[in-house]
Design a protein around this ligand. Structure first.
Ligand code: NAP
Length: 342
């Protein structure tokens, strides 16, 4: 098999393509010939060396793949053989062959390509947890989503529009046209405009009922401030710590220093009728049945045409560094994939 390794923290060019013997599935595992693997922001934070969950380097990252089942471990139902599947992997996804516990695998609905399949697990499960499970978004409400043009952002927009909610998105200006086509009512170029001021202008001072914030640092404070009474803030990332192509301790410390350490107190939440919650999909490995239920709900929404993954770019394995540059240069509108056999 071929795998993309992170041998040490550094710029995208540290990514290294290596060969190794194919793995054999252990009891309860399914082996997949990978046709597409998702690239996620967490992989970049891992490569920078600031991702606390990352196993020690050298490491193969990657949380999601799609492909065809070619071998089964002991105890796995033989009906899985040769099925087209998508899967969640606990690291190791940047591989052209991978073994995954069968409970982390789902059959792809008829007609779903591997590219579409690999674009679903992380982005849509995260968005589902944020919008439906914990955000409880309702049709009469307004949602503000940051990084609206990224994989999670687009997934959240599709779910929110299906609920019937109004959506405000922040993104780089060149993505606004596409986001409007997706049904976003107002786009904010947060790099030129103060999003707090703009959200209050757009809502005539009322604020919004749900904010999805993966930026971290001072952004959490501002997002909290634009919540209307009964509003909820979902925090799920720290993108603002990833300012360059290599680790910046200054950015990390600044992001941490600007966090709202004292803004959300039990009494202030009660007094202001506001809620805050956190989401980390990567910490739900012991909750796989819960996650499987969400995935099934998402596959049902795919069949209804609600979930429509937007794949922006595919890169061959030897172009993995370019894939990381593409995301860090903020070029992606939707999902970026690695494709072993392009
Ligand atoms: N907690 C969880 O379970 C979970 C799961 C998935 C993702 N996440 C987090 O959600 C965020 C988005 O993930 P994603 O996979 O949707 O991302 P993505 O598709 O890779 O999108 C990245 C986009 O984020 C925006 N961005 C904001 N700050 C950035 C920075 N410092 N450097 C580069 N880009 C930056 C850029 O768009 P604009 O310039 O247009 O804003 C960029 O195009 C990340 O912070 C990620 O860690 C968390």
């Amino acid at each position: 098999m071929r795998q993309i390794w992170i041998p040490k923290a550094g710029p995208p060019e540290v990514l290294e393509l290596r060969e190794a013997p194919d793995p054999h599935p252990k009891a309860g595992e399914i082996r997949i010939q990978v046709e597409a693997a998702g690239v996620n922001f967490a992989d970049i934070v891992g490569r920078l060396g600031i991702y606390p969950d990352l196993p020690p380097m050298p490491v193969v990252v990657g949380y999601e793949v799609a492909g065809r089942v070619d071998a089964l471990g002991e105890g796995v139902d033989t009906a899985w053989q040769d099925r087209d599947v998508l899967a969640i992997s606990r690291f190791g996804g940047y591989s052209d062959v991978i073994c995954v516990p069968y409970r982390q695998v789902a059959e792809r609905p008829p007609g779903m390509t591997a590219d579409t399949g690999a674009a679903i697990p992380v982005n849509y499960l995260t968005a589902y947890q944020l919008v439906h499970v914990m955000g409880g978004l309702r049709s009469e409400e307004t949602m503000l989503v940051h990084s609206a043009g990224g994989g999670v952002g687009i997934a959240a927009i599709q779910l929110a529009r299906n609920i019937g909610a109004r959506v405000i998105g922040t993104a780089s200006a060149r993505k606004h046209g596409f986001l409007k086509q997706l049904g976003v009512h107002h786009c904010i170029d947060y790099r030129q405009e103060d999003f707090e001021k703009r959200v209050l202008e757009i809502t005539n001072g009322a604020g919004v009922e749900l904010v999805l914030d993966p930026i971290g640092g001072a952004s959490f404070k501002k997002s909290y401030r634009v919540l209307a009474p009964s509003g909820r803030l979902g925090m799920f990332g720290i993108s603002s710590a990833a300012t360059g192509k290599t680790k910046s301790l200054t950015s990390l410390v600044k992001m941490l220093a600007l966090m709202p350490w004292f803004q959300f107190t039990p009494l202030s939440l009660i007094d202001q009728n506001k809620g805050v919650f956190g989401v980390n999909l990567g910490h739900l490995w012991d909750e796989i049945e819960r996650v499987r239920n969400w995935l099934q709900a998402l596959l049902d929404l795919y069949e209804k045409g609600v979930v429509q993954p937007v794949v922006d770019a595919t890169f061959c394995f030897h172009e993995a560094a370019q894939a990381h540059h593409y995301i860090q240069d903020r070029k992606n509108v939707g999902k970026v994939l690695l494709v072993p056999r392009k």
